[in-house]
Structures are given as structure tokens and as C-alpha cells.
Write a protein that binds this ligand. Structure first.
Ligand code: PQQ
Length: 258
């Protein structure tokens, strides 16, 4: 049995999970940010990641449905609005455009058809399973574990900064519109994560609860990692695209036969 950790030791243990296994370490991200991917491979990443984007508000609303305290729900509500936005059009309220619309500006800039992206028809089987696992996790575990699972956002601003710099340096599609999602998250994520981290540090009152939180955060890093494994397998090497999944214009899909 592990023992109860001091607040500082518990915080360090949460951070250590990010150090060890956050998806900034994944080769797919390193190639993406380092300018080593072709446009079709980046299209595949953005298309698949769109399912994560649209599922985040479903995940946050699932968490909210488990909260009894209106104050807590009000605070958490901001996350849903950040992604869903208060309008879709930009002018004159550009600041109120949500993350989903901003992500679609990225997929527009990459030359993907919006209706196809929104249809989710081209995503990889593993993307669907990994993302759904997140929504199911927050439904099926304690509220404390659900909040803890969101704490990968501790590590997201640094990957977003790396991505903005890497895209600007390496890819012609990088511009204010295609980067707007990531720039906006740099303001939003620190506020979310401060709240979430505080909640977890305050409400994990036993060694068992601390352990559950650490496991929840680990589970989350794994589902992020699994998405990149699947992208790498389909679109980098061995480049085996599952039947029905998106095929970039410059790739010839393997024919699967019985
Ligand atoms: N994670 C959440 C969450 O768990 O509630 C919300 C977000 C993330 C975002 O809005 C993100 O943009 C985001 N971005 C990345 C990334 O680009 O690597 C990772 C994560 C994450 O760690 O879950 C999030």
C-alpha cells in the first residue's frame, strides 16, 4: 500500500507522469512539429484530431452532469463554451469563436472538405475507440478521477507552443487562421488547469484517492498516445490505412484482400 503524499509530493507525482509519458514524446508529434510530414499526413492528423475536439465538450458536459455544486458547474461550464463558442462567424466577435470552429479553420486551411471532416467518416477505428474511452471514463469513474483525467492540460500549453513555432517554421499552410486554435488555447488552458489541479489537490484526501488520480492521469496519457500510434501506423509506417479511413490524395492505399 502506498502512503498518503504531501500536497507537494502529490503535485510532483502528477507532473512526473507528463514528464514520462505525455504525447509530446511521440515520434508522430516530433515529425509533425519538425516539418517532416507531408500535407496528406497532416490532413490525416487534423481530421482524426477533430473527433477529440468535438468530444471534449461532450466529456465536460458528462463531468458536469455528475456535479452537485452549482458553483462547480458554473466554473466548469466555461470549458464547454471555450470549445462550442458563442458564435461561428468571427467578426465582430472574433474572441467568441469556439475551438471547434477554430479547428475547422485549420482543416479548411489544409484543404479538407468541411462536411467530410464533420461527418467523421474518415477517422481511424483507434481514434474512435480512444476518444470514446475518455468520455466513458468520466462517466464511469468518480468525479475526482474524472477531473484528474483532464490534467494532461498541465502539459498542453508547451506542446501548443512547440506546434505553433514548428508550423510557422516548416509549413506553408501556417497562418493566423490555421494557428488560431492553438494561440487561443494558450490563454484558456492555464485557467482550466489551475482550477482542475486545485480541485484534485484539495479533494484527494486519502492515499487511495491520490492513487486513483494518478491512475486516471496515466490512463489519459495512454489514450492520447494510442491515437498517435494509430496515426503513425496508418500514415507513416508501415502506412497501412484501415479500410474506410481517409486516404490522402498523394497516397495509394493498400488493397486488403480475403
Ligand atoms: N485536453 C482537454 C481535456 O482533457 O479536457 C482539453 C484539451 C486537451 C484541449 O482543448 C486541447 O487543445 C488539448 N490539446 C492537446 C494537444 O494539442 O496536444 C492535448 C490535450 C490534452 O492533453 O488532453 C488537450
Amino acid at each position: 500500500m502506498s502512503e498518503f503524499l504531501s500536497v507537494d509530493a502529490f503535485r510532483d507525482a502528477l507532473h512526473a507522469i507528463g514528464e514520462r509519458q505525455y504525447h509530446d514524446l511521440h515520434p508522430f508529434h516530433q515529425q509533425l512539429h519538425g516539418g517532416q510530414l507531408e500535407k496528406g499526413q497532416i490532413q490525416a492528423w487534423a481530421l482524426n484530431r477533430f473527433y477529440y475536439q468535438v468530444s471534449i465538450p461532450r466529456k465536460d458536459l458528462t463531468i458536469m452532469s455528475r456535479m452537485d455544486d452549482p458553483k462547480l458547474r458554473r466554473a466548469w461550464m466555461q470549458r464547454v463554451l471555450d470549445h462550442d463558442g458563442l458564435n461561428d462567424h468571427g467578426q465582430p466577435d472574433e474572441g467568441k469563436v469556439g475551438g471547434i470552429e477554430r479547428w475547422l479553420r485549420l482543416t479548411d486551411g489544409l484543404g479538407l472538405d468541411r462536411d467530410y471532416v464533420i461527418s467523421l467518416e474518415g477517422i481511424l477505428p483507434a481514434t474512435r475507440y480512444a476518444v470514446d474511452a475518455y468520455v466513458n471514463f468520466v462517466r464511469d469513474h468518480s468525479l475526482l478521477e474524472a477531473v484528474a483525467s483532464s490534467l494532461t492540460e498541465l502539459f498542453a500549453p508547451s506542446i501548443h507552443r512547440e506546434r505553433i513555432a514548428g508550423f510557422e517554421k516548416n509549413y506553408a499552410f501556417a497562418n493566423d487562421s490555421t494557428l488560431s486554435y492553438f494561440r487561443k488555447r494558450l490563454d484558456e488552458a492555464p485557467r482550466d488547469v489551475e482550477f482542475g489541479l486545485n480541485y484534485v489537490l484539495t479533494n484527494a484526501r486519502t492515499a487511495e484517492q491520490q492513487r486513483q488520480c494518478l491512475r486516471a492521469l496515466r490512463f489519459k496519457t495512454e489514450l492520447l498516445w494510442a491515437q498517435l500510434d494509430a496515426l503513425h501506423h496508418a500514415y507513416v509506417t508501415p502506412n497501412l490505412i484501415p479500410p474506410g479511413a481517409f486516404v490522402p490524395a498523394d497516397m495509394r492505399p493498400t488493397e486488403y484482400r480475403r
